[in-house]
Design a protein around this ligand. Structure first.
Ligand code: SME
Length: 161
């Protein structure tokens, strides 16, 4: 595909996720390199929604290690049980945090981050390969719409793991 996203304007997030899904599929379906695909997924989400921070933490060397991302510099290593990312990794589920100050153990990489959503990405054998972390500078910015929209993008990625 052309290296340009087509994002509907003046629509709600569900419509943007629906428009984004086939475009992300086109971007990654013929590319076998994981880093390239994680980089483009991060960039597409940042461009489509203007989120404060979007990126991946990969499970390796017994911890979560920063992977491709878009946004300000971030913590490079997170223990498996620390923060929202560690909670999503160890509980193997999507976690929405409406107010990061209310989440025990939240890791503040940037003080501007107010709410976040973290989703696990699974290997075929059921273990967690990585997590996708999306941060907003607005309180309570994520809902089930984001959980579903982001999950459908990650399902495309999981097919390639
Ligand atoms: N806030 C995350 C850490 C990663 S940064 O926000 C990019 C957490 O608590 O796991």
């Amino acid at each position: 595909m052309a290296e340009e996203l087509i994002i509907p304007v003046g629509t709600d997030r569900k419509e943007i996720y629906d428009a984004l899904l086939p475009q992300i599929n086109s971007l990654i379906e013929t590319e076998s390199d994981l880093t390239a695909n994680l980089a483009n997924i991060s960039a597409a989400l940042k461009e489509a929604f203007g989120f404060f921070w979007v990126g991946f933490y990969l499970a390796k060397e017994g911890q979560l290690v920063l992977g491709p991302f878009q946004g300000p510099i971030a913590c490079t290593r997170i223990p498996f049980h620390k923060g929202v990312c560690g909670a999503s990794y160890s509980q193997q589920k999507t976690i929405i945090v409406p107010d990061v100050d209310q989440f025990p153990g939240h890791i503040a990489c940037a003080s501007a981050s107010k709410s976040e959503i973290v989703l696990p990405v699974f290997h075929r054998n059921g273990t967690v390969a990585m997590v996708l972390d999306v941060d907003s500078d607005q309180l309570n910015d994520f809902s089930e719409t984001d959980a579903e929209g982001l999950q459908s993008i990650l399902t495309l990625l999981e097919r390639k793991l």
